[in-house]
Design a protein around this ligand. Structure first.
Ligand SMILES: [Zn+2]
Length: 135
């Protein structure tokens, strides 16, 4: 039997993020006082310490800030995915997310490559945001 991959457990702070991805939408927290976007979710704005925020849809577009390609499975559930890329994607709105780059040979991935989000449904609750090259 193939072991299953670890999946995120939504917290009180991240629940709106996972609700959005489940609906095929990328949302980030934005400060109601200074308008800066933030990720990961949290109570305080890292720019101005305000506790007022809202969840807003974002473009889903960004660039590969950095990445690594895994050629070895450090968890047995990822063995069939090798080689796979884990990237730090910088969104147009500013925040950076860790995710996978899919839909392209790993040898073709470059820093600063333009990417866009897509969603991989894992189960009824969790859909993971992943990124693919943007035309
Ligand atoms: Zn703020």
């Amino acid at each position: 039997m193939t072991p299953s991959k670890p999946i995120p457990t939504p917290s009180e702070d991240s629940k709106p993020f996972w609700e959005a991805t489940r609906n095929g939408e990328l949302r980030l927290q934005r400060c109601l006082d200074c308008s800066s976007y933030r990720f990961p979710p949290g109570v305080l704005c890292p720019e101005c310490s305000s506790t007022s925020s809202e969840w807003v849809p974002v473009s889903g577009r960004g660039r590969v800030h950095s990445f690594v390609v895994f050629h070895r499975a450090y968890h047995p559930a990822f063995a069939n995915d090798l080689p796979y890329a884990v990237a730090c994607v910088e969104l147009e709105e500013g925040p950076r997310l860790l995710s996978n780059i899919v839909g392209v040979e790993t040898a073709r991935i470059r820093c600063d490559m333009a990417v866009e989000v897509l969603f991989e449904k894992i189960n009824e609750e969790i859909s993971l945001p992943k990124f693919r090259p943007r035309a």
